[in-house]
Structures are given as structure tokens and as C-alpha cells.
Ligand binder design. Structure first.
Ligand code: KG4
Ligand code: ZN
Length: 353
């Protein structure tokens, strides 16, 4: 089976073709064309929704053609067309969703509306053989959640952030230090040369029951420290980045521990812990979770950093997983700016996907 996947929820335009492996687990990425719009948003210090939507329109057709030709297939060789239908910036989502519906209508192939978070949660099964149920840590620019992945379309949120998302915290702290968007990779690079013990930043929620996150207090503490220093030197910025990253790593590890506990109470033992979302590319977070899983005898499945951030292959893979279960969508499916994973579960369960 081969699925074409389209991603336009934020500032990457992407189209990809993914196939399953004959008689085996996992999938194969036949092509994955990604065009980042970062340069177009750079002057504004963040993503400008209208610029994003227009930029998706400018390049999507060409990317789809390239994805098909690099995969050495035509539309007739594709079994379904999937697009991220949310959550995300509505203008951009509309572009990808409409393109996918048009292709489905013209080719007579099934159309599949994919929840972008569901795609992050299922990516681990594209790269590794992994059975349900498992625990997924979704850390991106807009979301921070721990989710019990019980099956395709069957998700239960165990914890989420009560304020900022992890990527948002990285981006805001980077902005305070005058670094360009997106700030996550910049902070990680600076942190490598900084002292993580110089500033004792708070670790919100540490040791609390449950698996919710809170990150805005940490962000505010960094802001206050920057004000206190006044004019920051290069070394100050490296130490701020290292100390901030150390705090966020401690929070994530503690919250994942809580998530594993909650998971075990309700679902039994998870077959593993997986990460998804752009912040999942962070090496310090990946190393800390590798350690945590080794200590707790839990399998850690971390897709390559390139598949943690947004791209068409993860949408195509989620589409393929849904197609195998017979979950296709109506052409009238509306784009969604907000779309919690729990809603995906109840809709799929009631056969309305
Ligand atoms: O999943 P994603 O590509 O887009 C959303 O769905 O939000 O995630 C983007 C987020 C941004 O906030 C970016 O700063 C963050 O992921 N990010 C990182 C790293 N690479 C990307 N954060 C920390 N460390 C990184 N290496
Ligand atoms: Zn994402």
C-alpha cells in the first residue's frame, strides 16, 4: 500500500509518499519533500499565519509533483491521499486539506483527514516494530502531552501542559536572548557550551502527582534573571541556555515518570515510550529519556530527529495506518484549528472519522 501525505499545519510545506513493508512491520519512506518557510517569517520573530498560508499555496503543487516523481510513482499507484486536517494555523491547514481533497476527487482514491498530533504519536511505528499500547510524549511548538496510545484512533491523554508548550518555552526564552525563531535548536547549541548549574531555575510540578506540565514559571524565572544581569555576555547566554535546558529536562523526566505510573494503573505495562514533535529532536531530552527508560526497564523508541519535526511522511504514515483499519474520511471534512486527540478517539470509535 502507498499513501501520499500532505502537511501544511505550520511553517513547513511538505508532501511525501510512504509504503508499508510486505509482510513486515514499519514503513518505507519513498519520498519526503519538505520546504521550510522560516526565512519568510524570520523578520517577525515567529510564524505569521497569513504569510504561512500564502507560502503553502505558492509551493504545494510543485512539492506534490516532486514527491510522486521522486517516489517513482504516479497518482494511479497511490492507494489513498492523506492531509493534516489540524490542529494548526487554519489558513495553512485549509491549503493542504483542499489540495488533498481535490486529488482524491480527481483520482477516485480515498481521502484521509489526519490529526497532526496523531501523526507524531504514530511515527515510532513507521521506523520501528512497536505494538500497542505504548506511552507517547508529544512535545512540539504548540503542544505538550503524555498520551496512552492504545491503537490507531484510540488515544487517552494522561497529562498536558496547563500553560506553555515545551517548544513555546524554548522559543520564548530564545527570543528574550535575542536569538532568531525557532529558538529550540539555538538554545540547544548554546547550552552545549554553558554551565547548567550557574542559575538555579525552578522545576515546576516536580514530584507532583499526575502527569501535567507547567512551564510558564520557568520561562518567567529566566526573564527575571536576564533583567537582573542587565547586559548579557556570550558566556551569560550560554549559561542561561544550559541552566534553562537542564530545568526543562528535569521537568520532562519527572512528568514522564508520572505518565508511566498513570499508564500502568489503567492500561498495564506500556510496550515502550516514544517521543514525537519538534522538541523531540533535542539531544539532552533524548539522552535523559534514554537513561530513564534504561533505569525502568522500558523500551525507548525515538524516531530520528528529522522525523520528529513536521513533515509529510508522518502524515502519510498515519494515513496508511488509518487506511489499514478502514478509517477513511468524508470529502466534507472541515479543517480544525484545535483538535484534541481524545476527540479523535471518540470520533473513530463512533465510526465518523
Ligand atoms: O513539531 P514541530 O516541528 O511543529 C509544531 O507542530 O509545533 O515543533 C516545532 C518546535 C519549535 O518550538 C522548535 O523551537 C522546537 O520544536 N524545536 C526544538 C529543537 N528543534 C526544534 N526544541 C528544542 N531543541 C531542539 N533541538
Ligand atoms: Zn508538529
Amino acid at each position: 500500500m502507498r499513501v501520499l501525505g500532505i502537511e501544511t499545519t505550520c511553517d513547513e510545506t511538505s508532501a511525501a509518499v510512504v509504503s508499508d513493508r510486505l509482510g513486515g512491520d514499519g514503513g518505507e519512506i519513498l519520498s519526503n519533500e519538505i520546504l521550510s518557510q522560516i526565512a519568510q517569517h524570520a523578520a517577525y520573530g515567529g510564524v505569521v499565519p497569513e504569510i504561512a498560508a500564502r507560502a503553502h499555496i505558492d509551493v504545494l503543487d510543485r512539492l506534490i509533483v516532486r514527491a510522486l516523481s521522486n517516489a517513482k510513482v504516479g497518482l494511479e499507484d497511490i492507494d489513498a491521499i492523506a492531509a493534516a486536517a489540524g490542529p494548526g494555523l487554519i489558513g495553512g491547514v485549509l491549503v493542504g486539506l483542499t489540495a488533498a481533497k481535490g486529488l482524491a476527487l480527481a483520482s477516485g482514491k480515498p481521502f484521509i483527514a489526519v490529526n497532526h498530533l496523531e501523526a507524531h504519536a504514530l511515527t515510532a511505528r513507521l521506523t520501528d516494530p512497536l505494538d500497542f499500547p505504548y506511552l507517547a510524549l508529544l512535545i512540539s511548538g504548540g503542544h505538550t502531552q503524555l498520551v496512552a496510545v492504545r491503537g490507531v484512533g484510540d488515544y487517552r491523554r494522561l497529562g498536558s501542559t496547563v500553560d506553555d508548550a515545551a517548544g513555546e518555552a524554548f522559543d520564548k526564552v530564545a527570543k528574550m536572548m535575542g536569538l532568531p525563531y525557532p529558538g529550540g535548536p539555538q538554545i540547544e547549541a548554546l547550552a552545549q557550551e554553558g554551565d547548567p548549574h550557574r542559575f538555579d531555575f525552578p522545576r515546576p510540578m516536580l514530584g507532583r502527582g499526575g502527569a501535567d506540565f507547567s512551564l510558564s514559571g520557568l520561562k518567567t524565572a529566566v526573564r527575571q534573571q536576564i533583567i537582573k544581569i542587565g547586559t548579557t555576555t556570550d558566556q551569560d547566554r550560554k549559561d542561561l541556555a544550559a541552566s534553562f535546558q537542564a530545568a526543562i529536562v528535569d521537568v520532562i523526566v519527572d512528568r514522564v515518570r508520572g505518565g508511566v505510573r498513570l499508564f500502568s494503573e489503567s492500561e498495564g505495562r506500556p510496550s515502550g515510550l516514544v517521543i514525537g514533535g519538534g522538541v523531540g529532536a533535542n539531544g539532552a531530552i533524548r539522552r535523559a529519556l534514554t537513561r530513564l527508560c534504561a533505569e525502568s526497564g522500558l523500551r525507548f523508541v525515538s524516531p530520528p530527529a528529522s522525523l520528529c519535526s513536521d513533515n509529510g511522511a508522518i502524515i502519510a504514515w498515519a494515513g496508511l495506518e488509518r487506511l489499514k483499519c478502514g478509517f477513511t474520511s468524508e470529502l466534507g471534512f472541515a479543517p480544525r484549528a484545535r483538535w484534541p486527540l481524545d476527540a479523535v478517539a471518540s470520533e473513530t470509535h463512533h465510526g465518523k472519522a
